[in-house]
Design a protein around this ligand. Structure first.
Ligand SMILES: [Mn+2]
Length: 332
């Protein structure tokens, strides 16, 4: 159980907060940051949001007041050093802040994690973690429902709804509980519009994204009695379709839409390395697989990044073989 009284105390006792999140932020990351920003503002705190990555184009509407800044060492290392509290949202491993990591580590500020992933590192002073909930946005919503229900207005309801809608796969993943639906109903009463928010996030894609999705689907291969699927996106695919890395969000889930598939991987070649997303069904543990390669995540959704490593056939085969060994080991 998260100690929300402690979170309250930290808010009351400090004046200057910097919020940040992980590389390649999703709607849970951005929505939770924006919601927490407004919570702190309603306590008359000084708040800045500084991220390593720019905000993906389909999530810019969540940052209505345009308060999210992109990290620039010259400008922001001093800001991070002067912050009383750095709030790390939707991550629990400092390396996920990439270019900001050293400045955060060296800052004399208190550091807190608000997150729903497993296996946190020990970089923070305070941990507000719950790996049993669907989204970091749900932790923030729990905090508000427990302590400050009256603060929930449109400015907070919209980003929290977006955070939770996306991390629950539009309210269908395992942790979509009756309690979550009841709290979401409250957000809708406070002005979160399910039709409009879904449309902005998922149905205003650039054509380039759809072209890239087409290529990814074309690349799918089935292994291990058709229970294991994977797809590959190369830099060439990204360049030729003019799509962006953030466009690939959710592509990996298409693997699991194939009958009998219980494990799906997506390999994406980056400018300086590559990343692999793991998705699974039921008791097949995506997080354990990702962990073999220095990554992590949730039971059924995880990832690993390989910096400065070429994505060649050998390393792909190695990861595929490792995955098959794992499936064998658990008797799938
Ligand atoms: Mn999340």
């Amino acid at each position: 159980m998260i100690d929300f009284n402690l979170l309250d105390e930290i808010i009351i006792q400090n004046k200057f907060f910097v919020l940040t999140t992980h590389v390649n932020p999703d709607a849970d990351a951005i929505g939770s940051e924006v919601a927490f920003y407004h919570i702190l503002k309603s306590f008359n705190k000084q708040v800045r949001i500084i991220n390593h990555s720019s905000t993906p184009y389909n999530l810019i509407f969540l940052d209505k007041e345009n308060v999210i800044e992109k990290f620039n060492y010259e400008i922001h290392s001093e800001v991070l050093n002067n912050a009383e509290v750095i709030v790390l949202i939707d991550l629990n491993n400092l390396s996920r802040t990439v270019s900001m990591k050293d400045s955060i580590e060296n800052s004399k500020s208190k550091k807190i994690y608000i997150d729903h992933h497993q296996s946190p590192d020990n970089s923070a002073d305070y941990y507000f973690l719950d790996s049993e909930v669907s989204a970091t946005g749900e932790i923030i919503l729990d905090f508000l429902m427990a302590k400050h229900k009256n603060l929930i207005n449109n400015e907070i309801a919209v980003p929290l709804y977006a955070a939770i809608m996306t991390d629950t796969g539009s309210f269908r993943f395992e942790r979509t509980t009756p309690k979550l639906h009841r709290d979401i109903a409250f957000l809708i009463e406070k002005g979160a519009d399910p039709v409009g928010i879904y449309d902005k996030i998922y149905d205003q894609s650039k054509f380039s994204k759809l072209k890239l999705l087409g290529r990814s689907l074309n690349s799918i291969k089935l292994l291990y009695n058709n229970k294991f699927a994977y797809m590959i996106i190369t830099q060439n695919d990204l360049i030729e379709t003019e799509a962006e890395e953030s466009d690939t969000d959710n592509f990996v889930n298409y693997n699991l839409s194939i009958e009998n598939v219980v494990l799906g991987l997506l390999f994406i070649e980056l400018k300086n390395g590559f990343k692999v997303s793991f998705r699974s069904k039921g008791n097949v543990r995506a997080d354990l697989l990702a962990k073999n390669f220095g990554g992590g995540g949730h039971k059924n959704a995880a990832g690993a990044r390989f910096y400065n490593q070429e994505m060649n056939q050998d390393i792909i085969n190695n990861i595929l073989e490792n995955s098959i060994e794992y499936l064998k080991s658990i008797g799938v």
